[in-house]
Design a protein around this ligand. Structure first.
Ligand SMILES: NC(=O)c1ccc[n+]([C@@H]2O[C@H](COP(=O)([O-])OP(=O)(O)OC[C@H]3O[C@@H](n4cnc5c(N)ncnc54)[C@H](OP(=O)(O)O)[C@@H]3O)[C@@H](O)[C@H]2O)c1
Length: 327
């Protein structure tokens, strides 16, 4: 496992880290024993950074993450999120009372006195024009509730606005073989300001693993069933906002250029690591075998310029029109 610096925090975090949404909920049935085994395997493989959120299984994910941290004497950094507990997403909801409530609940779930990194969880765009919200987060840092804070965004424009606030340490954004736009302007700006980039949905919700078929089905409590068209939350979070059948076609072409010795999963993750503005990719893993495959990507050889160009052409051919101007 290789490590990269996260923003100005001084932390060196695993460049492939653990995304803990699936072990909380909204991805069909999960077993806590298996989830803990996946987390333990990740830590054995050198993972020292985990992304979770208060709403993943209503605290279930945070509690599992808290447990793995307690089991380990080595430092594991935890990023969680606040804001999605608001029943209706309005900028006014991002007030001191509500944010305090959310932070207190996360502290309890994680079993810690200070949260390492708190991210605003895809708030409405208007929140990035409310310096008072960032002032509240600064106060939480002074009070010792948080070490640092950052944002998780849907759109590049939100990220560009958020990093104008001087204490934002990280931006979490969808970045994968099906989502190239963050690399255009955001990465350059983030590097200039020393803001970390957490690349989420790195496997396009499993699509980029190459295992999905036209007739694959998902449980009714899996967002790949109930949020295909953005029925429950931003449609970009499910299969990266790409039409399922077109995604399958693009993956077939990606498979044909996957370098020898790499699985499709590793190819997808290694592509993300080719961008030095990225601090880490945070693939979800539900079981130890997925952890084994995902975290080995860090030690895979770089992708050649020729193959990078071919990936760009596949994106242009199938994906660009579907996603590029939306997020
Ligand atoms: N708004 C936000 O802030 C936000 C939104 C989305 C995600 N995130 C964060 O980003 C993380 C990653 O995104 P994601 O979980 O949505 O999507 P992802 O990492 O692109 O896909 C994860 C899913 O792919 C499958 N998978 C993973 N490794 C595999 C392997 N080696 N072989 C085969 N299948 C594999 C698993 O599901 P199956 O086995 O069921 O196929 C897994 O749940 C999340 O866990 C969360 O921490 C944040």
């Amino acid at each position: 496992m290789q490590y990269r610096e996260l923003g100005r925090t001084g932390w060196k975090v695993s460049e492939v880290s653990f995304g803990a949404w699936a072990i909380g909920g909204a991805w069909g049935q999960v077993d806590d024993g298996e989830s803990m085994a996946a987390l333990r395997r990740a830590v054995e493989l050198g993972v020292n950074f985990i992304d979770t959120a208060d709403v993943y299984g209503d605290g279930r994910s945070e509690r599992l993450v808290g447990q793995i941290c307690k089991e380990n004497k080595d430092r594991i950094y935890v990023a969680t999120k606040a804001g999605r507990r608001l029943k209706i997403q309005t900028p006014k909801g991002y007030n001191r009372k509500k944010l305090t409530e959310f932070v207190e609940q996360s502290l309890e779930n994680l079993g810690v006195e200070t949260i390492d990194l708190l991210q605003l969880h895809c708030p409405p765009m208007q929140v990035y024009y409310m310096p008072e919200v960032f002032g509240i987060l600064d106060d939480f840092v002074k009070e010792g509730k948080l070490r640092y804070y950052g944002v998780s965004v849907e759109k590049v424009e939100e990220a560009l606005k958020a990093i104008e606030f001087p204490n934002v340490q990280s931006v979490q954004i969808i970045f994968n073989m099906f989502r190239h736009r963050p690399a255009e302007l955001l990465f350059e700006q983030a590097k200039k300001r020393k803001v970390g980039i957490l690349a989420r949905v790195p496997l396009a919700s499993g699509m980029l693993t190459g295992k999905l078929k036209a007739d694959s089905t998902f449980a009714s409590d899996d967002h790949r069933d109930f949020n295909r068209h953005g029925e429950a939350f931003d449609r970009g979070e499910t299969f990266s906002g790409v039409d399922y059948d077109i995604g399958l076609k693009a993956v077939e072409e990606l498979k044909a250029i996957c370098p020898d010795g790499m699985s499709m999963v590793q190819f997808a993750l290694r592509w993300i690591l080719m961008f030095d503005a990225v601090t880490c990719a945070i693939p979800g893993a539900k079981r130890p075998s997925q952890a084994d495959e995902n975290f080995a990507a860090s030690d895979m050889p770089a992708i050649s310029e020729e193959t990078m160009a071919k990936i760009g052409s596949i994106y242009d051919k199938y994906i660009r029109e579907l996603v590029h101007h939306y997020w």
